[in-house]
Design a protein around this ligand. Sequence first.
Ligand SMILES: *Cc1c(COP(=O)(O)O)cnc(C)c1O
Length: 425
Amino acid sequence: MGHAVGTLKALHETDPEVFTAIRAEEKRQREKLVFIASENYASSAVLAAQGCLMTNKYAEGYPRRRYYGGCQHVDTVEELAIERAKQIFGCEHVNVQPHSGSQANMAAYLSVLKAGDTILGMDLAHGGHLTHGSRVNFSGILFQAFFYGVDRTTETIDYDAVQRKAEECRPRMLVVGASAYSRVLDFPRFQHIAQSVGAYLLVDIAHIAGLVATGLHPSPIPYADFVTTTTHKTLRGPRAGMVMCKAEHAKAVDKIIFPGLQGGPLMHVIAAKAVALKEALSPAFRMYQEQVIANARTLAAGLDELGYRIVSGGTDTHLFLVNLTSKGITGKEAQAALDAAGIIINKNAIPYDEKPPAVASGIRMGTPIVSTRGLGQSDMTQVVSLIDRVLQRPQEERVHRQVRKEVKALCARFPIFHTYQHAQV
Ligand SMILES: *Cc1c(COP(=O)(O)O)cnc(C)c1O
């Protein structure tokens, strides 16, 4: 059954409905200005690897210790991914098999904790993540979860309060990391807190991995027992996760990922992780991360000048939250109006939000994806004015139409996926 490998032409012939949806998604990604802080455009090389025929291979186990024959080539890509992750992050051990950031966290927890143990994580309502103990998540179902948050005035983490909370609840694991926090995290301080109560320290760098990889955010590796990450956010790789840890936890981590939690690893995705990690080692990647931060700062400062309140007053990273309360508009309304104008953001609860999360008083904005496209600081200044025009008159369709046109023109100046239609492996 000789067939060409992985062509879009084959997809079109077999399944025009899926093909058409993919094409429509391509057009959407091409023509919209995206400020979702957790999204990025993976490179052609990453997409090629992620769409490759290594999906056909079963490889339960680890390189050179597999349960199946024929693993020589998938061993090569997994070893490359491991080697490169170690080179980038300087970790003692890494497991590149987690299917996602959530699975990476599950593995870190279950490598040393038992059901019913206590964990202390950052409150979801203050910028934390579901997997840090939320009641609706496995982490809150399995463990007794307590939370710390940000100070009401500074809107930054109150480390003294974290220390007090840790002394109160005596967690087995202190969990650090966030999905909506724009300030540098003080890892030495968190290590001190964890050690003072005999807790393991887990740092989840899902959002800031690209910044950590390039030294633009301090690394938690020297301080934490476990460091987990996604590979698809600022790291700009395939949709997946990794667990890094101290050598003493290596065996436990590997064992809980397989056979504990997962079956066969997604070798095509691991191949794509290796590619993304190679890209992350290049000087261009560091320049990209610098641009991400510069763009976020310019965007936040521009909005601030127009009277938008930036949570914590600014950003050190790739993202920030805007508190829209003083503008008389909810996060939900802002998201809908900007969406109609071709600007994609997400509504987001702000710390101490009085509105339910489905409405929210704020929005979250991040610059990884527009920076991949090539937009720079002067473009951010234009974006500030586009956003302001929409949020001044969120209901006016004429404004949506006009801004949509300008967004499309801006996007056309920064083409993306111009080779995608020829993509094949
Ligand atoms: C995105 C994120 C995750 C989860 O990643 P998934 O791949 O969506 O499971 C975990 N932790 C943090 C802090 C995140 O931002």
